[in-house]
Design a binder for this molecule. Structure first.
Ligand SMILES: Nc1nc2c(ncn2[C@@H]2O[C@H](COP(=O)(O)OP(=O)(O)OP(=O)(O)O)[C@@H](O)[C@H]2O)c(=O)[nH]1
Length: 257
């Protein structure tokens, strides 16, 4: 059984801030958002957690092993260094989407994302113990993206193909399994999953090919932290590349379930 600790990071009252006293220069907002993401990625990455930028004003982190004190330090440090503050809601569940739902709910019950009185909420539950099977992470990548897209099409048309694969996969895994999938650059998508057999990943790859005609391969790993599971997934993806297979489970025998 998987146990996922999810932290929702939400910039406080960001919408009004972006237009007060008048609309702010777009590239200044982009700089702020990407620096904030980079800072949070560095802080959480050093603690073996993952964070995904999603919409930038809200980010989703997988924080197994990161306790309440560390969350408080992150929040304080951002408040000290940025013109904005963040609220953090954390929850634990077997399915990633249920953990996110509960984490989100903690912030939503305190107030709106655009309530100027709702500032630096820190509300959550944290795993006290972790085990090596808590997280299952899948690292998807487009087969031969360079040869099929990058070296043949213009960058925008390549982007359309990759984003279509992402949209198809994220929706399928969310609806079928309660998994959370994130585009992480290039042709790569990382999915935080509940306990799924090898056949579920083969079905996901087949779905995307049928739906949008993009061929994926996927490595799957387990671990006590996002880094541990994600790193195992990267090694499994290397096995796909070496063996020409579309699904590999790290450390698992080469048989389907
Ligand atoms: N975030 C992330 N991006 C990666 C990673 N590996 C590769 N990329 C990105 O993906 C792009 C394409 O690289 P590859 O996936 O190795 O290339 P490919 O042509 O699809 O080749 P195969 O995956 O071997 O089929 C690179 O330019 C990077 O932007 C990774 O581990 N993480």
């Amino acid at each position: 059984m998987t146990t996922t600790q999810v932290t929702l990071v939400q910039i406080d009252n960001y919408g009004p801030w972006t237009v007060t006293p008048e609309p702010r220069r777009e590239m200044d907002l982009q700089t702020l958002q990407s620096r904030l993401f980079a800072d949070i990625a560095q802080f959480l990455g050093h603690r073996d957690a993952y964070v995904f930028f999603t919409r930038f004003d809200n980010m989703i982190a997988v924080t197994n092993g990161v306790d309440g004190a560390a969350h408080a330090t992150l929040q304080e440090s951002i408040g000290n260094r940025y013109p904005v503050t963040v609220s953090l809601g954390t929850a634990v569940a077997e399915r990633p989407v249920d953990a996110l739902e509960a984490a989100n709910h903690r912030l939503q019950t305190v107030g709106s994302a655009q309530d100027e009185a709702r500032v630096e909420v820190l509300d959550g539950e944290y795993l006290t113990e972790t085990t090596g099977s808590d997280l299952q992470i899948a690292h998807f990548d487009v087969v031969n993206a360079t040869g099929k897209y990058t070296d043949r099409l213009n960058e925008f048309d390549t982007f359309i193909n990759i984003e279509q694969a992402y949209a198809s996969l994220m929706r399928y895994l969310r609806e079928t399994h309660g998994a959370l999938s994130f585009f992480v650059g290039g042709d790569n998508i990382i999915a935080v999953c509940p306990d799924l057999p090898e056949s579920a990943f083969a079905d996901a790859v087949a779905h995307v090919e049928r739906d949008v005609d993009v061929e994926l391969q996927v490595g799957v790993g387990r671990g006590a932290s996002a880094h541990e599971a994600g790193f195992a997934a990267k090694h499994a993806l290397e096995d796909c590349r070496l063996d020409g297979t579309s699904v590999e489970l790290f450390g698992a025998p080469a048989v389907s379930d």
